[in-house]
Design a protein around this ligand. Structure first.
Ligand code: NAP
Length: 506
């Protein structure tokens, strides 16, 4: 393709979930309009588009689980459902005029760093382009994980994953195997239990579950938030502040979680009268080690007569599903609530860095990034919701907005440096950052609570969670420290083809 036909943009954002849309809004606010958002699906929303299973809702209150720059006085419930969160993201897309930037049905197949021209060459399912900077916002919950179960291919019935719910399949009167007891499964179980004839729940590890104080937000409250916007801010601030205080119990004073464990046990005892079932549902690791789940309907559903709780799914023989404890059940459908590829960021296989290695190869020993954003050898590539930016008890949207501050400063620094220039995270800076993160991780309940969770990678390293208060992360990502980066300049140092950033500050 001749050079003049080649499309080049200042920034290519990958994904249009909370991370990608947030990045797009931030770019526009920085005065940058020369960017595209590449989205493999046909609409925005990311994980909130893909997860439409019955009962899907957020377990972080909506007034906190939303963008600070797009408050929504109309949230219908304290923990709003998926359809409201998805509608919110559609609304944000329109409100900030993002649609012209979004390329739907454009799946990134490969992106490779061109060290000579200092740009990313990007191949997508809808064509090729190049970009000065890539913002990868593919999220941690995008690629469903299915366990490798012997005989699954012999199953004659219906099979689907929680994030790929088949709404055309009628579960009424069916015998259903639900696999997993994570945040998705515990929302699905109470939603489908009244419909199905028999529900067999395959539990590998019981979860700690606390009641969910969900309620309708009254018309009066909504009117108050609409007319006095500072009340929405106040509500958000309170929700955030409480979680900032709570986090110490996970990271430093883990003994404080004992009381929370007692509350969880009491919640279970109230709903589950059968001692054998209670014993099965009682975790043998400390509360907080895995994500604490919130539900007021899960235990009551398990106590219903059409539900059996059995061990992990170990085998499928035709229409018979077999649990590790030997229990067998004949079923019409298998629903996998078995989570996502979190610690092995699937896009990493498609990102080829300066030395020709993929990011997946560079991260073979475990994901690590500088300030959760950039990786050594992958200049001008940053990720939102990157390594060690996840949270156990608060809103990821707050973390995303911190990462967007970092992105904005990164772009400003490139402008200040001027010409064709790129920043490459220094390996020493990446090491130092991760050393500090892992040192802090040592005392946390996630590492010491005696469980195996998706927070930990194949090597047992916690590469997912931020081991501190979210305010600390915000401080650490306010500015890009140029000492942590090598500045790369193109030999020709020619000016960029398009440069529309008018918001340059020194
Ligand atoms: P998940 O937390 O990874 O849970 C997967 C579940 O599948 C675990 O209980 C796991 O057991 C189980 N499992 C795997 N193989 C199994 C087998 N062979 N037999 C029986 N069980 C098996 O996945 P998720 O529930 O989809 O949640 C994914 C993420 O989405 C989490 O971050 C979650 O917090 C988030 N989420 C959030 C909300 C929200 O309200 N904000 C709602 C849904 C999901 P082990 O515990 O033994 O590994």
């Amino acid at each position: 393709m001749a050079e003049h036909e080649h499309e080049h943009v200042r920034v290519a954002v990958v994904g249009s979930g909370f991370g990608g849309l947030g990045a797009a809004v931030r770019l526009r606010r920085e005065g940058i309009t020369d960017f595209v958002v590449l989205e493999r699906a046909g609409s925005v929303g990311g994980t909130w588009r893909d997860n439409s299973y019955p009962g899907c809702a957020c377990d972080v209150p909506s007034h906190l689980y939303s963008f600070s720059f797009a408050p929504n006085p109309e949230w219908p419930r304290s923990f709003s459902g998926q359809e409201h969160i998805r509608a919110y993201l559609e609304h944000v897309t329109d409100l900030f005029g993002l649609r012209p930037h979004i390329r739907f049905d454009s799946e990134v197949k490969r992106m490779a760093w061109d060290a000579e021209r200092l740009r990313w060459d990007i191949e997508t399912s809808s064509g090729n382009l190049s970009a000065d900077v890539v913002v990868s916002a593919t999220g941690a919950l995008s690629e469903p994980r299915l366990p490798d179960v012997p005989g699954l291919d012999t199953f004659p019935g219906k099979v689907f994953h929680s994030a790929r719910w088949d709404h055309d399949y009628d579960l009424r009167g069916k015998r259903v195997a639900m696999i997993g007891t994570g945040a998705s499964a515990i929302q699905i179980v109470p939603s489908i239990q009244p419909l199905v004839s028999r529900l067999t729940l395959f539990q590998r590890t019981p979860a700690w579950v606390l009641p969910r104080a969900d309620r309708r937000i009254s018309a009066a409250e909504r009117a108050l938030h609409r007319t006095l916007p500072f009340t929405t801010k106040l509500r958000r601030g309170l929700l955030w502040g409480i979680r900032e205080l709570e986090i110490q119990a996970f990271t430093k004073h883990t003994g404080e979680l004992r009381l929370v464990g007692q509350l969880a046990k009491r919640t279970m005892a109230r709903a589950v009268k059968d001692p054998a079932l209670r014993a099965k549902l009682t975790p043998d690791y400390r509360i907080g080690c895995k994500r604490i789940l919130l539900s007021s309907t899960y235990y009551p559903a398990l106590a219903r007569p059409n539900v059996d709780v059995v061990g992990a799914l170990s085998e499928v023989r035709g229409s018979t599903v077999v649990a590790a404890d030997g229990t067998e059940a004949e079923v019409d459908a298998i629903v996998f609530g078995t989570g996502f590829h979190v610690t092995d960021m699937p896009i990493a296989e498609r990102v080829v860095g300066a030395d020709g290695r993929t990011l997946a190869e560079a991260w073979a020993g475990g994901m690590q990034a500088l300030r959760g954003a950039s990786a050594a050898g992958f200049p001008n590539w940053m990720t939102v919701v990157g390594p060690n930016t996840g949270l156990a008890n608060s809103s990821m949207i707050y973390m995303i907005e911190s990462q967007l501050n970092y992105l904005a400063d990164y772009l400003r620094q490139l402008d200040v440096l001027g010409g064709r220039v790129a920043l490459d995270a220094r390996p020493s800076a990446v090491r130092a950052w991760n050393h500090q993160v892992q040192e802090r991780m040592k005392r946390t309940v996630w590492n010491t609570g005696g469980c195996v969770s998706w927070y930990l990678d194949a090597n047992g390293r916690n590469t997912t969670i931020w081991p501190g208060r979210t305010a600390e992360f915000r401080r650490e990502t306010r500015r890009v420290d140029l000492a942590e980066y090598a500045v790369l300049r193109a030999a020709s140092d020619r000016p960029r083809p398009t440069r529309e950033n008018t918001g340059v500050t020194a």
